[in-house]
Design a protein around this ligand. Structure first.
Ligand code: GRF
Length: 224
């Protein structure tokens, strides 16, 4: 019997690309049954582009500053994505707010990772906000992207207890190392296998709507 075709991933970045690196590693060793068809950055100086180029991944740079407004940039982004026929559009530290028409075109096949326990701390400066509010726990969330900023259905959330000596920089590091680099490859693997879907506005996992996000306890051994 033939193996099912590999899912086509387009990974959108703006920064260092640590999530991209984790995704690439999981694709390379077969944990994610997919192929990365493009890495797209809105910044020419994104550190992740060096990694992508060295890894031989097709890179596209669309500097948002070259476009007159948000809608023009999003049209160019959609025109870049369309011919790639991506099954999954992975926002991996992609620091742009997307227009509704862009999101609608890719809704259901676009995931984002946000460095907080959504719905707490949407937007920027999540680590400082968690400290300011005296939160006991912090973490990160993978969610489907809908037109509502950081508001789409949650797939998986990883959390940890905030320590007495954690400042915003330490929290950023812990969120990345203890949570993001584990939950994002896992979520993309589930989606690439067809186990995770966007159905009627909700996240469905193995055929059932998720009543609450999955957690670190649900990670498969290869993703822990
Ligand atoms: C991550 O914390 C992500 O949640 C946030 O930006 C950071 C991206 O880092 N949106 P990287 O580019 O994957 O290293």
């Amino acid at each position: 019997m033939n193996a099912p075709p590999l899912a086509r991933l387009a990974v959108l970045i703006s920064g260092r690309g640590r999530n991209l690196m984790a995704l690439h590693a999981a694709v390379a060793d077969g944990r994610i049954p997919a192929t990365i068809v493009a890495v797209i950055s809105n910044r020419a100086d994104a550190g992740g582009l060096h990694f992508a180029a060295e890894a031989g991944l097709p890179c596209f740079v669309l500097p948002h500053v070259d476009y007159s407004d948000r809608a023009a940039f999003d049209r160019a982004l959609a025109e870049t994505l369309r011919p790639l026929q991506a099954d999954i559009v992975v926002l991996a530290g992609f620091m742009r707010i997307l227009t509704e028409s862009f999101v609608r075109e890719f809704e259901g096949r676009m995931l984002n990772i946000h460095p907080s326990l959504l719905p707490r701390h949407k937007g920027l400066h999540t680590h400082a906000s968690a400290l300011r509010d005296g939160d006991a726990e912090h973490g990160a969330t993978v969610h489907f992207v809908t037109p509502q900023l950081d508001g789409g259905p949650c797939v998986i959330q990883g959390k940890f207890t905030i320590g007495a000596h954690d400042d915003a920089a330490k929290l950023a590091e812990r969120v990345m190392d203890e949570v993001e680099l584990k939950i994002y490859p896992q979520a993309v693997a589930w989606m690439a296998r067809g186990e995770l879907r966007f159905e009627q506005g909700s996240a469905a996992f193995r055929g059932r709507p998720l009543p609450e996000p999955l957690s670190l306890d649900d990670l498969e051994p290869g993703f822990r």
